[in-house]
Ligand binder design. Structure first.
Ligand code: ZN
Length: 343
């Protein structure tokens, strides 16, 4: 019976026939494995190459986009667009970054957008009738000797400022330099024609009461218009880097800080530091007649003006050289009038 004949496939191992077959199988497996490994290696290599090429292509595609970005930034800078505006606050804010100041100063030295404007504005108006310190009498054009300085004298700049207050008072405010064009003009560099040290009071906004716009005024505001190192540094910075020839210390009627200083007592938090700074003014009017708050407001302005004129080295040197005039003023909350406060 065929049932007794073992099937060919069932040949027991160890026999010559099965050994050949096994060898063929093994060779086949090795070959298959080699092919598979080769394929894998090739595939892997191809993958790596693909990846490398993808990297390169990404790099290639990135490079132009970076250029585009730079170009866009450049274009924005050239056009004084939003990209510049985005950087502007850090610069305009005069933060601790010295580099930002340097950049700004550098830019300012190259572009003086407001200079002609100021000069033109000033030329139209003669020197003011208001009393001004002796330094105001010198209206020499310093622009040739010191390029950083404004060409107008302190008294001319004060006239320009007061013309703005007159417009504001007469309901004829023109809101100058507040257009998109002006924003673009001053986005790279500023050259404010006046520096104002004013109280932080919400009713005493210099740009409004002097009818000015963007880039016109460098304003430092602190309750009671007092000075400390930060305030001094800000004023010095503007005088030094923009060649601004006028500082106005602006007090105002019914100043809350001065009123608090007069009232005495304990001031919570950091308010005490302001009260402390106002103490010399309060001491000066002690025992004298008149409205104590009014007198203290004026005294404080006088004290600050005197202190600024004597602050070395930057401010005092500029005052002595007649490159800077520092004057006191006072704003009337009821009438809107700014009047001179002479030390
Ligand atoms: Zn105030």
């Amino acid at each position: 019976m065929s049932t007794e004949t073992p099937p060919a496939e069932a040949t027991p191992p160890g026999k010559p026939g099965s050994s050949r077959s096994q060898l063929i199988k093994t060779i086949g497996m090795i070959l298959a494995a080699a092919i598979a490994t080769g394929a894998m290696t090739f595939g892997l290599m191809a993958f790596v190459e693909k990846k490398e090429s993808a990297k390169k292509s990404t790099a290639k595609s990135t490079a132009p986009s970076e250029h585009k970005k730079e170009a866009a930034h450049g274009a924005a800078a050239a056009a004084h667009g939003p990209a510049v505006a985005a950087h502007a606050p850090a610069v305009a804010g005069h933060g601790p970054a010295v580099a930002a100041h340097g950049t700004e100063a550098k830019a300012a030295s190259h572009a003086e957008p407001a200079k002609d404007n100021h000069a033109a504005g000033v030329t139209e108006h003669p020197a003011p009738a208001r009393g001004t310190p002796p330094a105001a009498a010198h209206s020499t054009d310093h622009s040739k000797a010191a390029p950083k300085e404004h060409s107008a004298s302190g008294s001319e700049l004060l006239t320009k400022l007061m013309e703005g207050n007159k417009r504001y008072l007469a309901n004829g405010a023109t809101h100058p330099n507040q257009s998109t064009a002006r924003r673009i003009e001053v986005s790279i560099a500023q050259k404010p024609f006046a520096i104002i040290l004013a109280c932080a009071d919400s009713r005493v906004s210099p740009e409004i009461i002097f009818d000015q716009g963007l880039g016109d005024l460098f304003v430092v505001r602190v309750a009671g218009n007092v000075i400390d190192d930060h305030v001094l540094g800000s004023l010095e910075y503007a005088a030094e880097h923009f060649g601004t020839g006028l500082i106005v210390v602006l007090g105002h009627e019914r100043c809350g800080a001065v009123t608090a200083a007069l009232a005495g007592g304990h001031a919570p938090g950091h308010i005490g530091s302001i009260i402390e700074a106002l103490k010399p003014a309060v001491d000066r009017i002690s025992g004298k007649g008149g409205d104590a708050v009014d007198r203290a407001i004026d005294e404080n302005v006088k004290i600050v003006v005197q202190a600024l004129r004597a602050t070395e080295p930057i401010l005092k040197e500029k005052v002595v050289a007649h490159h800077l005039e520092i004057v006191g003023a006072r704003y009337d909350l009821d009438t809107g009038v700014v009047t001179s406060v002479e030390p």
